[in-house]
Design a protein around this ligand. Structure first.
Ligand code: PLP
Length: 482
């Protein structure tokens, strides 16, 4: 086996992260955790919790919708958090607004509800998208806009620039005058395969008259996003994925010109200048607060400022470098796992090298005859070994369909009829219909305080558990959700 440090001599430049793991994330090693689900959630540093407690102990914070000292204290911290978010992404406050949401899904929903889809516009989606973005098609459909998908390349699960260009151009034909062609939505990084789709598509789509929703949820935890350079109309993020705490807070970053074109379907507390019961009118606020329903999570939003300062103090480029090195090592390690008969132990879904991809790796284990080891077996075994990985389809059915090489015919076979999904109770029933022997993959993802020991422990576990073995027939629970 080649030596990691010889292969990645620059890895030592990231050693600060090892020190932080020992001091600020000590619960990982003291609890015996091998945490490999950073695409699921990032981890919290002790310093963030200290800052939270000190702030709450040292001040008094009231509902920000009032005009009193404790309310003003909350408002001030929320506004500081907006500025911190803008600064973190190098976004100009004149150009971008920061809207606090519950998570990235909440950010997508705000767009879906308020985007002016019409029969003369379309929604263009990459097939590789999280369900929280795919779900936008229901809003588009309700307003008569067609949804078009851009297919993946089987194998590396990337998308070619020419397929993107062709899909966008088809919408241009519908364009009338200055109207936008519609919305193009894609992930900067796939939560399934780790593929990093080109940020250059943003400008390409805008040049064709599209607004762009960039789903940056899986990208920003280990990559720099510079909104001074790449300027999508909308960006969705979930902060717990970046620094673990607080949960329940995300952001929609929106260009102010694009925000002005959205039409909110309702109003609520906090979103208006004024409303009248007898007059039947309301006037929405003229800024980002028009999109923030009800009382913001004012005790937790200031923790976003803390989290961003924490990540900036470490340096996102240091995190990126470490994740890239470890991803490369893990990819090579997985590719090198072989049964005694020489057959590969792993089937990888997505790129085989760390080039233009993040630290998210999807695969299945194979038995010596090449059959997939059921992902529920792997979930059981990893759990017993104290290893946290994700199993299933990761809320990204499109990437799953291409990874498992399912065709349109496979997912819409003779059993298909309009509305069949209404009678579907579990994902297991669907897998039986399409005849898929296994329902999902394994996803290992690396992040902020991943270390070489995590990777080696996982590879060692894989070899000990699955090499030359055929996991016995045990009764596995039926898969309920995707
Ligand atoms: C790429 C991507 N988009 C969107 C989401 C949805 O994030 P949340 O569940 O925090 O809203 C996720 C979550 O895993 C994701 O990875």
């Amino acid at each position: 086996m080649p030596d990691f440090h010889a292969a990645c001599p620059d890895y030592s430049a990231t050693s600060r992260l090892d020190e932080l793991r020992a001091t600020e994330y000590s619960y990982l090693d003291s609890g015996g955790h091998t945490y490999l689900d950073y695409t699921g959630a990032g981890l919290v540093a002790d310093a963030q919790l200290r800052a939270h407690t000190e702030r709450l102990r040292g001040g008094c914070y009231g509902n920000p919708h009032s005009d009193n000292p404790t309310s003003s204290a909350s408002t001030r911290l929320i506004e500081e958090a907006r500025i911190a978010v803008l600064r973190y992404f190098n976004a100009s406050p004149g150009e971008y607004a920061v809207i606090f949401t519950q998570n990235a899904t909440g950010a997508c929903r705000l767009i879906g509800e308020a985007y002016q889809f019409s029969p003369l516009s379309r929604l263009v989606l990459t097939a590789d998208n999280h369900n929280s973005v795919l779900g936008l098609r229901e809003f588009a459909h309700a307003r008569g806009a067609a949804t078009r998908y851009i297919k993946l390349r089987p194998g590396d699960l990337r998308i070619s620039d020419s397929d993107v260009a062709a899909a966008l151009e088809r919408g241009v034909r519908l364009r009338r005058g200055n109207r936008r062609c519609g919305l193009f939505a894609y992930p900067a990084q796939s939560n399934f395969s780790g593929v990093q789709h080109p940020l250059a598509w943003v400008e390409r789509a805008q040049a064709s008259g599209y607004d762009v929703l960039l789903d940056a949820a899986a990208f920003v935890p280990a990559n720099r996003l510079d909104l001074g350079v790449v300027k999508p109309e909308f960006v969705a993020v979930s902060w717990y994925k970046v620094f673990g705490y607080p949960t329940g807070i995300g952001c929609l970053l929106a260009r102010r010109d694009a925000l002005a074109r959205l039409r909110r379907p309702w109003f609520s507390g906090g979103t208006i200048v004024a409303a009248s019961v007898q007059g039947g009118w309301h006037r929405l606020a003229g800024d980002e607060t028009a999109f923030e329903d009800g009382t913001l999570n004012f005790l937790a939003i200031p923790d976003v400022t803390v989290g961003l300062a924490w990540i900036s103090g470490i340096g996102i480029d240091v995190i990126h470098r470490r994740v890239t090195y470890l991803t490369s090592w893990l990819l090579d390690g997985l590719a090198g796992l072989k049964h005694g008969n020489g057959a590969p132990m792993v089937r990888l879904y997505g790129p085989e090298t760390s080039e233009s991809r993040g630290g998210t790796i999807a695969f299945n284990f194979l038995n010596p005859h090449g059959a997939v080891v059921d992902e529920r077996t792997v979930a059981r075994d990893t759990t017993a070994a104290g290893i946290s990985v994700r199993t299933g389809c990761f809320c990204n059915p499109g990437a799953g369909e291409w990874a498992f090489r399912l065709t349109r015919r496979d997912v819409g076979g003779p059993w298909w009829r309009p509305g069949f999904a209404r009678d579907l109770h579990t994902v297991e029933e669907y897998l039986e219909l399409i005849g898929l022997p296994s329902g999902g993959a394994i996803r290992v993802s690396l992040g902020l305080v991943s270390n070489l020991a995590d990777v080696e422990r996982f590879l060692d576990f894989a070899e000990r558990t699955y090499r030359d073995t055929e996991p016995g027939q045990v009764t596995l629970a039926r898969r309920v959700h995707c």
